[in-house]
Every structure is written in C-alpha cells, then in structure tokens.
Design a protein around this ligand. Structure first.
Ligand SMILES: N[C@@H](CCC(=O)N[C@@H](CS)C(=O)NCC(=O)O)C(=O)O
Length: 220
C-alpha cells in the first residue's frame, strides 16, 4: 500500500497515524492541485484532496477512514473498537464540527491562503474563527482538566484528530496558551515522535513559507 501525502494538515495527520502504527507502507509526496496534476489523481480521489491510501483493495480517501483502516490492520487500539469506541466517535464528531473547524478557519486565512497566494486575510473570518475557537477550547479545557487524554487513559485517534491544525499554530496563532489543560494535553502529544515529526526521513518539499510568519520576516 502507498500513502499519498503532502505536508498540509490532513495528510500530516494520516502520516502521523501511519508512523505511530509503524505501518508497512510506501509514502509518496503528491500535489493533486498543482497545474496539470488533476487528471492523474482524480481516479484515486474525485475530490483531489490528500491523504489517499492506494492499493488497499479500494483506494481510500479521508484521513479518518485511512486511520481506521491502518489501525485495524495493525490490530491497534489507536482507533478504539471496544466499549470506549462511542466515546472516541463523540470526540471525532464534535471535534470536526467545532474545535478543529475553528482552527481550520483561522489557519486557512493566516496560513494556507498566504502560503499559496490565494487572497488577503479576511479579518471577519479570522474573528469568527477565533470566537468559535474560544467556545470550543473552553469545552475541551473542561474535559481535559479531568483527564490526561480524550478517551480513557491513553492516546487515541481522537487526540490526533482534535489536534490536526495545532502543529501549524506558528502561523495560525490561536490563543492556545489561555487554556492550560489543552496546552498540557498538546504537549503530551508532542512527546510522541510520530506526531512531532511525522515526515522524518520522507521525501517531501517543505511547505511554501507564510510571509510575516516566525520563519519569514514580515514585509515592511
Ligand atoms: N476531509 C479531508 C480533507 C482533506 C484536505 O482538505 N486535504 C488538503 C490538505 S489539509 C489537501 O489535499 N490540500 C492539497 C495539498 O495538500 O496538496 C480529510 O480529512 O482527509
């Protein structure tokens, strides 16, 4: 099997899962939205987005489906299958609609749009995203003040999924520090090698820099 990926958030998530599980896969950098590439990738994913898992019977797209497949193949409980599966699904569902979505809105404006030159930052969208982030982060803070991980006592795919956009917080600048339990939880995730550095040893160009980010001087 082969995992088609880029360094953007959802493919990063899938690569982190694969490396956490030590999945026996090939990893191939892909760029389906680059000029001239669409026809090559459309048969693999009609949406053209990454990640895509190729050669698993059916090609599989969507990071969650890929995580489920890889976790099953590895006989891992990263994707819970026992009595705590509903709890994991609860966090996946809520997280995508709330916390991760709010992170995505802000990251898209401050990160993706600036990296790829697809328009100025829409401050109204940033404000909306920050407002939704604060609402969702308060719920997460409450849950994580009573537990180390989202599901029972060990890391699960819910933690990975919830954190999809947090490795990009150098550019998204979400006020994570205002939520001590969420910050502590995220530091725990960063202690996991596969999460902190999923692309180690893989052949993949760096993302284009964001003008004005910590890695790039702000324009005058
Ligand atoms: N719902 C999809 C979202 C996939 C998605 O939005 N992928 C983006 C990156 S975050 C993509 O393919 N961007 C083009 C690229 O990275 O080249 C999933 O969870 O896999």
């Amino acid at each position: 099997m082969k995992l088609l990926f880029s360094r953007n958030p959802n493919p990063r998530l899938a690569v982190a899962v694969a490396r956490y599980l030590d999945a026996k896969l090939d990893f191939e950098f892909a760029s389906p939205f680059a000029p001239g590439q669409a026809e090559r990738y459309r048969p693999l994913n009609p949406n053209l987005s990454l990640p895509i898992l190729v050669g698993s019977g059916n090609n599989l797209w969507e990071a969650d489906a890929i995580a489920c497949r890889l976790s099953r193949d590895a006989r891992s409980d990263l994707w819970r299958t026992g009595d705590d599966e509903p709890e994991m699904i609860r966090w996946l569902s809520w997280g995508k609609e709330n916390f991760a979505r709010a992170c995505d809105v802000v990251h898209f404006e401050r990160g993706t749009k600036q990296r790829y030159g697809i328009g100025p930052i829409d401050q109204h969208r940033v404000e909306e995203g920050l407002r939704d982030f604060r609402t969702a982060a308060a719920t997460l803070e409450n849950a994580l003040s009573e537990r180390d991980w989202l599901v029972e006592v060990s890391v699960s795919y819910a933690d990975f999924r919830m954190a999809t956009f947090l490795p990009f917080n150098d550019v998204a600048r979400l006020p994570l520090d205002e939520y001590p339990s969420v910050s502590r939880w995220y530091r725990q995730l960063e202690e996991i090698d596969a999460w902190r550095d999923p692309f180690k040893g893989l052949d993949a160009p760096e993302l284009p820099p964001v003008p004005g980010s910590p890695h790039e001087p702000r324009p005058e």
